[in-house]
Design a binder for this molecule. Structure first.
Ligand SMILES: Cc1cc2nc3c(=O)[nH]c(=O)nc-3n(C[C@H](O)[C@H](O)[C@H](O)COP(=O)(O)OP(=O)(O)OC[C@H]3O[C@@H](n4cnc5c(N)ncnc54)[C@H](O)[C@@H]3O)c2cc1C
Length: 455
């Protein structure tokens, strides 16, 4: 099929350089008085999903909770993300079983399923209108070996726990992916997606309604143990609390030793996201035949999904972050996606924005209590924070409250860093990215030469 190339149309409007989600749920500053109160039971740093989730549960249990937010609530990953609501972590089940033992692998993947169920139930219970849909997801294999590895991993996992996924071989994949470049796909039936901005806005509303006091434009700069609790010095005064909780994720920056300690355990991963102009049903189906979210088995992948209400396509690329402005990034991201979805060639980008999420060295999210200071943390959501942060925030609140439902396999695990790593991967991340990109793209090209497109 021939697709019209509209890439040289100079009459196109410029791309909006902010997330598409903000059209329907603009960020709001929450200013609860100019000066911070002198004290609170609990101070939480960060008003993304994680901080608000912990705050909500503590406030509903009767605690006096203050959340400090250096920008506007949700300004970072929580409203910049792709909106996938899944039940996986970055590692394969087999890898986790070999690194941590089979029992731990079962616990980790069972909890990943629990965070999806928790989030679906939470959205329903709190009546958050965020367009959650269990649309499913497909992972396209970039080589026959990648397909076999996915199939073996799934079979191994299904021997030990129920998993709602199936493998679809290359000759049967047409209903799921538009590109013959894939060597089969894995279909995850039970996962979904949502509008991240509306989800965050709903969570913020729940927290405020529960009595949480959120201070935006309030950067926490230094922390000290004092009077059996903590003093947090901020740009809007100091506050004393019995408990201090860090939920700062990829935005963990600053000179305080505690912030530096956590920063050394995080790897910021950069992404550009693009939302296209509205498309007709035929174009959508030519890109995503089943309208399920699509990802690839390469390490630095491109993710694609449909966004409502006016039927656009969202593309998120983890590997094209060298671009300095949204205009050129938008062209690069769509060109990249068009390699597998030719219908996207020349389609107009209406929105393009940049964001960072936080990987950890063991690719697991972490929560716990810093043994040196007693400061609690929920940090390093490894790109799973849409469903994981609500669930893990609830777990952390339960720990602090001494409730029975506090246990989680993600708590108090060793939180690794690397010698000489200061939290800024500088040239190392681009070098790593280039290495894996070259490796994966070469393998993909070679596989296609050996076993060309069947259609
Ligand atoms: C492009 C992109 C795509 C993604 N796609 C997905 C996806 O599809 N599915 C998924 O599950 N996850 C995805 N993620 C990850 C997900 O968005 C995050 O895991 C999640 O938002 C983390 O929430 P958080 O509250 O922990 O962090 P954040 O939302 O980053 O919130 C941390 C907050 O702390 C504040 N802060 C930091 N330091 C201070 C300080 N000193 N004082 C005061 N405030 C401070 C920051 O300003 C920020 O608002 C994606 C992320 C990005 C960037």
């Amino acid at each position: 099929m021939k697709y019209p190339d509209r890439s040289n149309d100079s009459s196109r409007p410029a791309v909006h350089e902010y997330p598409f989600w903000r059209e329907r749920s603009p960020l709001r500053s929450v200013v609860d008085g100019e000066v911070l109160p002198a004290q609170a039971d609990t101070v939480i740093v960060g008003a993304g999903y994680s901080g608000l989730s912990v705050a909500l549960h503590l406030a509903r249990a009767g605690r006096d909770v203050v959340v400090l937010e250096k920008d506007r609530p949700g300004e970072h990953a929580s409203t910049l993300n792709f909106g996938a609501c899944g039940r996986t972590i970055r590692h394969k089940f087999t890898k986790v079983a070999s690194d941590h033992g089979l029992e731990t692998a079962i616990r980790i993947f069972s909890e990943a399923k629990a965070w999806l169920d928790y989030t679906v139930d939470f959205i329903d219970r709190e009546q958050i209108d965020c367009g959650f849909t269990r649309a499913g997801r497909v992972y396209g294999a970039h080589t026959p070996e990648a397909f076999t590895a996915m199939a073996e991993d799934l079979a191994y996992q299904q021997r030990h726990m129920p998993v709602d996924s199936v493998m679809i071989p290359r000759h049967e994949q047409q209903n799921e992916v538009s590109s013959d470049d894939f060597f089969g796909v894995q279909l995850l039936n039970d996962v979904g997606h949502l509008d991240p901005g509306r989800y965050h806005a709903g969570l913020l509303r729940c927290a405020l309604d529960s009595g949480v006091r959120v201070y935006s434009g309030c950067r926490a700069e230094a922390f000290a143990c004092n009077r059996g609790g903590y003093d947090a010095r901020t740009t809007r005064g100091s506050i004393h609390s019995k408990e201090l909780i860090l939920c700062t994720n990829a935005q963990t920056l600053g000179a305080d030793p505690v912030l530096k300690k956590f920063r050394r355990r995080l790897i910021p991963v950069h992404c550009w996201s693009v939302v296209t102009e509205p498309l007709d049903d035929q174009s959508i189906r030519q890109a995503l035949p089943s309208e399920r979210m699509q990802l690839e088995t390469v390490l630095f992948y491109t993710a694609v999904r449909v966004v409502d209400p006016d039927r656009r396509i969202l593309v998120c690329a983890q590997h094209l972050y060298d671009h300095e402005d949204a205009q050129t990034a938008a062209v690069a991201v769509l060109d990249q996606a068009a390699e597998r979805m030719p219908v996207l060639k020349g389609i107009r980008a209406d929105y393009c924005w940049y964001g960072q999420f936080a990987m950890t060295f063991d690719w697991l999210p972490h929560l716990g209590t810093d043994p040196a200071t007693g400061i609690h943390y929920l940090i390093g959501l490894v790109g799973t924070g849409v469903p994981a942060s609500g669930y893990l925030g609830w777990k952390l609140a339960n720990r602090i409250l001494g409730n029975s439902e506090a246990e989680t396999v993600f708590a108090d695990r060793p939180f690794p860093t690397r010698p000489f790593y200061n939290g800024n991967p500088a040239w190392v991340l681009p070098a790593v990215r280039e290495f894996y990109r070259f490796r994966d793209q070469r393998a993909w090209r070679r596989a296609l030469v050996k076993d060309p497109r069947p259609r």
